[in-house]
Structures are given as structure tokens and as C-alpha cells.
Design a protein around this ligand. Structure first.
Ligand code: THG
Length: 267
């Protein structure tokens, strides 16, 4: 599982406060802790007003890059902001995200052409977020075909089918899995990703729902997750599920993580 650490996000109240107060140590600590917990990429999202988004992102990127070697996942709804901050990244990471809304692909794809950058592609367009499998598959096709024009191969694309809340769509997980299967049939080397908390909106025991969603999505072939690697229960679910699926020889990862106190009850 490719882990994209989500904690440096200005929409989380404590992080928003740290950004407002220019608390460098707080951000640095989040970067170091997520890297130590196993994040392969560190998501940076300003979550500020548009006027200060660019400077905030650059500030966040600088702190993370001076604290850890882990590559960035640059998270902004505005492709023009991503275009502006892109040059401050010291090594290839992930752009979060493009979609079929507006001219996102036309701005981002040329930026990463001829590089090793990857991109998260959301299955939505100017009509909004589809809840059916068919439209998600159709949008995926367009996103991948456009990418090919810039020599961006499917293996550099993480499709994010934008999971709906289970409380509003009872078939949300089933549709996510069906979309993943159809997308991978078309493009076997493509990656599928998701956040892990949308599924449980409006429900009690959200953590339980999120973790079981994760286990089932892993089984169904999800490649990457935008998640909190400091959430011990979630990391326990990840390692347990991978062991159960025969992806952890001699259960070594699971046992080592336990021995080091990374999973299970806090020592
Ligand atoms: N898809 C893509 N990008 C995304 C999302 C997605 N970016 C933003 C968001 N969704 C993912 N990021 C977050 C960040 C923080 C939280 C949820 C999603 C959050 N954090 C709590 C905290 O840190 O205090 C609790 C986390 C926990 O312990 O589980 O709520 O869907 N492409």
C-alpha cells in the first residue's frame, strides 16, 4: 500500500492554527512523525483563503523538505496554484489533483510531462461528482486518454473515484469496488486511491467504518490511500489485512511492527 500522509492540511483546526501562527516546529513534527510511521508521500494542503494559498504552500513545502526525504503530494483544488508552487519541489512526488473540471488537465499535464511526477485524477467533471460506476469509468477514460497525449502513462495516474458517504448511498463501497475493477480491466497498470474517511460521514463509530472500508478496499486491489499514518488502529488494519492476503511473508512486517510498538496497544 502506498501511504499518502494527510496530516499537513490547513483544514484540520490545529494545523490551521499552526499555519496562522507560522509555527514551523509543529509542521516539522507532523512531517517527521508521518515519515517515521511509514508515509511514502507527505500531502501538503494550505486550506487557507486563495490570496495566501501560494505562499502558505511554499512555506509548508520548504519545512517538510528540510525535515524529511519523503516526497510531497501537493494538494490544491486550484491548478494555477499548483503550477506556481511546482518548482519549489526538490524531487518528483504526486500532484493532488486533476479532474475533468475546467482546464485542470490542460494546466497540470504539461507541467509533469517528461518528469517522474505522478498525479491523482478525480472522477468528476463540470456536472459534479457522479455516484454511478458508468460515469466514473467514462471520466477515467477521458482523463487517461488526455494524459497519453502528454506521454503520461497509466502507471503514473492514481484514479480517485471519490467515495460517497455510506449514509447517503448504501452501495457506496460496492460501487467503489466495481469502479476499481472496471478501471483496472481497461488499464492494468493504473493505480486506484481513496481517502478513508468520506465513507463514514453521518455515522456513529466512524473509525470502525473507516477501518473496515480500508480492509475491504485493500482486498479489492486499492493501491494507495490518503490517510493518517499516525492512526494506530488504521495502521493495524493495514498490516493485518496485508498479512491475511498473503502479502507479508512469514507475517514479518506485522510481527516487527508489533515488536517495535507501532501497532497494537500503546506501550
Ligand atoms: N481525495 C484526494 N485528496 C484529498 C481527499 C480525498 N485531500 C483532502 C482529504 N480528502 C484527505 N485529507 C484529510 C486530512 C485530514 C482528515 C481527513 C482527511 C482528518 N484528520 C483528523 C486529524 O488529523 O485530526 C483525524 C484523522 C484520523 O485520526 O483518522 O479528519 O478524498 N485526492
Amino acid at each position: 500500500m502506498i501511504i499518502i500522509g494527510e496530516k499537513i492540511n490547513g483544514t484540520i483546526p490545529k494545523v490551521g492554527k499552526a499555519i496562522a501562527e507560522k509555527d514551523e516546529a509543529f509542521i516539522r513534527d507532523l512531517a517527521v512523525k508521518q515519515a517515521e510511521a511509514g508515509a511514502h508521500y507527505i500531502d501538503v494542503c494550505a486550506g487557507t483563503s486563495p490570496e495566501v494559498e501560494e505562499e502558505t504552500l511554499i512555506w509548508l513545502m520548504d519545512i517538510v523538505q528540510s525535515a524529511v526525504e519523503t516526497p510531497l503530494c501537493i494538494d490544491s483544488p486550484n491548478p494555477r496554484i499548483i503550477e506556481k508552487v511546482f518548482k519549489y519541489a526538490k524531487k518528483p512526488g504526486i500532484i493532488n489533483s486533476v479532474s475533468e473540471e475546467g482546464d485542470k488537465c490542460e494546466v497540470i499535464y504539461p507541467l509533469i510531462q517528461g518528469t517522474e511526477w505522478q498525479v491523482i485524477a478525480l472522477t468528476c467533471d463540470n456536472r459534479g461528482i457522479p455516484s454511478d460506476v458508468e460515469t466514473r469509468v467514462e471520466i477515467t477514460k477521458i482523463l487517461v486518454e488526455k494524459a497519453a497525449k502528454y506521454d503520461i502513462a497509466p502507471e503514473r495516474i492514481h484514479i480517485d473515484p471519490l467515495v460517497m458517504a455510506l449514509s447517503t448511498d448504501n452501495e457506496s463501497l460496492l460501487k467503489f469496488i466495481e469502479t476499481m475493477k472496471r478501471v483496472k480491466e481497461m488499464y492494468p497498470s493504473i493505480k486506484v486511491t481513496s481517502g478513508l474517511s468520506n465513507i463514514s460521514f453521518g455515522m456513529p463509530l466512524r473509525g470502525v467504518i473507516n477501518r473496515h472500508f480500508f480492509a475491504l478496499a485493500i482486498y479489492a486491489g486499492m493501491d494507495s490511500a490518503i490517510m493518517d499514518p499516525l492512526n494506530r488502529d488504521m495502521m493495524t488494519t493495514l498490516l493485518a489485512t496485508e498479512a491475511l492476503l498473503g502479502r507479508d511473508r512469514y507475517c514479518r512486517n506485522f510481527s516487527n511492527a508489533y515488536r517495535k510498538g507501532k501497532i497494537g496497544p500503546k506501550k
